[in-house]
Design a protein around this ligand. Sequence first.
Ligand SMILES: *Cc1c(COP(=O)(O)O)cnc(C)c1O
Length: 413
Amino acid sequence: MNHSDLLQVARDFGDPVYVYDAEKISSQFNRLTKAFSSVPQLRLNYAVKALSNISILRLMHSMGSGLDTVSLQEVRLGLMAGFAPEDIIFTPNGVSLEEIEEASALGVQINIDNLSILEQFGSKHPKVPVCIRINPHVMAGGNTKISVGHIDSKFGISIHQIPHLLRIVELTKMNINGIHMHTGSDILDIEVFLYASEILFDTAKHFPDLEFIDFGSGFKVPYKAGDIQTNIEELGEKLGKRFNDFCKEYGRDLTLAFEPGKFLVSEAGHFLAKVNVVKQTTSTVFASVDSGFNHLIRPMLYGATHEIINISNPQGKERFYSVVGYICETDTFANNKRINEISEGDILCFNNAGAYCFTMASNYNSRFRPPEVLWYQGRAILIRERETFEDLTRNQRDVKDLFLQKKEKVELK
Ligand SMILES: *Cc1c(COP(=O)(O)O)cnc(C)c1O
């Protein structure tokens, strides 16, 4: 998508608006698939929480992706989007036994990340195959050093609890068909990731009936020029080889699974917002857009950097701007950034707006959530309507009669 395509989307659908480039999503999918082409059975399960629009899920389905889900509602969205239950893995954290049972009744692959639920689920449903989420306690240090950490993480079953885990499996006679890890941190150093994988391979040897090993995600994508990104090709070559060797050792071909979210959709997304006001203060120049952290919270929540381009004046002279929103709270998107000269009414494009942007949007300040548009084969297709005042008030109950009664009573006295 070029700048004039994006401007046309803003003209046709209004602003602010999210736009997703289908071609970028499929090229990322193909890149990951190609990097692991040495592995006979590869499975990519797209992490729904990154961007959960049903039409995006349909696109993932058409490419041959499976789904990674973290709530019963994401499971239901996946089924609605045409996925077979066996193409969906349910990887929640801290949910009730009931929610896991409901997901299991829908036929999806269950992934359990604590011993309490494992024992309860295994006792009640010993025939249902279950994947277990392991916490290998490995994380990347600030440099190439491997440090052991994440001891406080709430995710996964600690490798130090393997004896307890094995006892539960033995006593309940449940069937463990997969093992999984997802540390949640970006893969900056492939050696660190391979080290964690070795822990997973060691754990795998305890379970004779595995069908797959799931390495989670953590693929880092560049947000700005010069950012480190995961070297997918190198990872594919090294982990692929190691995985194939492990399968020989294990005695059977297993499926290698990943759950990429950000990697597939981050760079495909653009968020377009209009500049309402250019405000020169004593210390800086603010450009205020018709949005805020109600639509894009990552800069404020994580300190994430989203590249901002003035697509209305891409050749203009560069000036320093602080880009802020219209929320009555500090909602700074960028501080003193070089951007091509901004006039009121210009459209700014926030890049890398595909992952964890719309899905984290809210109605704070009683603003509407923006529409979503899919750019597919040179056409802009609306995949979510802009909200309306009816949407905002739909579930609210107005108790005005309650207060009227009270007032009348007071007046009677
Ligand atoms: C969020 C999540 C992912 C996706 O992570 P990304 O960094 O977006 O690729 C994968 N697996 C699980 C279990 C997750 O919770």
